[in-house]
Design a protein around this ligand. Sequence first.
Ligand SMILES: [Zn+2]
Length: 163
Amino acid sequence: MSEKMDDFHGMRPCCRRLEGGIKNRGMRMTIPRQLVAEVLEQSDKYLGAEEIYSIIRENYPAIGLATVYRTLVLMDELGLVTRQNFGEGRSLYIAADNQNDRYHHQLICDNCYKVIRYSELSDDDIELYRQLEERLSARYGFEINKQVVQIHGICPECKKKLS
Ligand SMILES: [Zn+2]
């Protein structure tokens, strides 16, 4: 199979942004690069390079682990992924939130690395964060542009399994 992608129809936002970043660097969007972006786009948990590699390999055996690593580094440089080290000595990745959003809140399970994003939270939550912002702004005279908050813990599924 050719690695050249001629038809980008129906590409997900993260893939499109990756394609833009890649072209700006004079590189080509290839099927392996697109597949890495797609796996990240569809995942609700932090994934390591090896996991992404084994997911893609099921349908696209030609993928190389080195390609996955290089694509992740590139996506990190382009701000398309959030990278996190959970103390295992390796980096895990999740698709980045929209850069233009004001609120970037994540509830992260430290056991399975599943993430509940701010976009899944309620209007009441937004109101609470907005109030916090107003208070901090008033107290410190600080003009706030965006909030990036990571809240770590254990998700309900893991809590059940662990108890
Ligand atoms: Zn969990």
